[in-house]
Design a binder for this molecule. Structure first.
Ligand code: AMP
Length: 395
């Protein structure tokens, strides 16, 4: 069967058409600058990349173009061939603990969480509505970034602040990247043929989060009420002392909104190094002896190592550590730096196995106390699997 995995942003729409259950990518692509003057789209199919500039007034027009291209390129003959559409939805609050079949009523519930993810949820919902309009007879499934983390216990998700912040205003830890962490957990449990694994999943990309998982259930995760919390990231600070905000507001006259923007967009690798948010640029600067790039890398790897050590304690000893996402999959330098800093856990990197990018491999020595793997994440596949499961259960 053919399933579309969709990730709709405020001005973009990414898709992957998958053949399931074979897990093969048939075609993929990106619609960009939707609603803006210079919109365009790219479609990758059979090793070719097609790029077209065209006006895309809104998501509905983008979906219309997508469907027309799939037919024109003979990727599908009729719309019925698309048996399901799976959508990435960022925030499902406490309510959505797993993926769900979408309809208007469910979407209204999802919209309740727009306030908690204002940059993502309204755009995600817009994407869903566009597909519902163009493919009204096709099952639409929502896969939430937050859902995997809903197994956290109060002791992990309640912040030590006045309790009414939680009761009245829903201030709690939610966690993000759940679809990626769930994919990693599913994959490593399958690989090691053990359903009761205690996993530390390190999703280290431009955004980053670490998750402690026991027997398929999240125990704790490093992101929080928003994706600003946890480890240092490309442009995000991760955890800092909250008092810094008032102090800086008094010093600079910046508003809370501006300062929060600084923490989201001007901090992390970019803020500390002054070079770039991209770790490839940081690594190049480190090799040239740039002191602030070296400092940025040191802070970054230390924060990750600290979370791994903390979660090893929380899990009462992890069975496996996995690196994934942009840096986790592609940066031997960062993997080595992090692993040096968790040596006290008895974790040993096999240097001869670390020099590669983007593959599923074990990188620890055979006598490492905890085995360490690199696994390329695949959120699109996870979304397609969830969608397929709804279709199969339905039939
Ligand atoms: P993601 O958000 O998962 O797409 O990760 C994107 C980040 O991965 C980029 O900003 C880079 O910092 C990092 N990255 C990708 N490729 C490499 C590489 N070859 N070496 C080091 N870092 C990389």
């Amino acid at each position: 069967m053919k399933i579309l995995s969709v990730n709709a942003g405020s001005s973009s729409l990414k898709f992957t058409l998958m053949k399931m259950p074979e897990e093969e990518v048939i075609a993929s692509g990106l619609f960009e600058k939707i609603g803006l003057a210079d919109s365009s789209y790219t479609i990758k199919y059979q090793g070719e990349k097609i790029k077209k500039e065209c006006s895309l007034e809104n998501h509905s027009v983008a979906v219309e173009k997508l469907i027309a291209e799939l037919i024109d390129l003979n990727i599908i003959q009729t719309l019925d061939e698309i048996e399901g559409v799976g959508h990435r939805l960022v925030h499902g609050g406490q309510e959505f603990t797993s993926s769900v079949v979408l309809n208007e009523e469910v979407l209204e519930h999802v919209a309740k969480y727009n306030e908690l993810a204002p940059l993502h949820n309204p755009a995600n919902i817009m994407g869903v509505r566009a597909f519902m309009e163009k493919l009204p007879n096709t099952i639409q499934v929502g896969v939430f970034d937050t859902a995997f983390h809903t197994t956290m216990k109060e002791k992990e998700y309640i912040y030590p602040v006045p309790y009414e912040w939680y009761e009245k205003y829903q201030v709690r830890k939610y966690g993000f990247h759940g679809t990626s962490h769930r994919f990693i957990d599913m994959t490593i449990r399958k690989h090691l043929n053990n359903d009761n694994l205690k996993v530390i999943s390190c999703h280290i990309g431009n955004g980053g989060s670490i998750t402690a998982i026991d027997s398929g259930k999240v125990v704790d995760t490093s992101m929080g009420f928003t994706p600003l919390a946890g480890i240092m990231m490309g442009t995000r600070s991760g955890d800092i002392d909250a008092s810094i905000l008032e102090y800086m507001a008094n010093k600079t006259g910046e508003t809370l909104t501006q300062l929060t923007n600084d923490l989201n967009k001007k901090s992390g690798f970019l803020g500390v190094s002054g070079v770039s948010s991209d770790s490839r640029d940081i690594e190049a600067a480190v090799l040239q002896g740039n002191k602030r790039a070296i400092l940025a890398q040191d802070i970054y790897s230390q924060k990750i190592a600290n979370y791994i050590a903390m979660y090893n304690n929380l899990l009462n000893g992890a069975d496996v550590i996995v690196f994934t996402a942009g840096l986790g999959e592609n940066s031997p330098m960062m993997r080595e730096k992090v692993m040096q800093k968790i040596a006290s856990l008895g974790v040993k990197l096999d240097l001869s196995k670390n020099d590669f990018r983007g593959e599923f491999r074990k990188i620890s020595t055979d006598d490492s106390k905890i085995p360490v793997f690199v696994i390329p994440t695949n959120e699109e596949l996870m979304i397609a699997i969830d969608t397929m499961n709804f279709i199969l259960n339905k039939n």
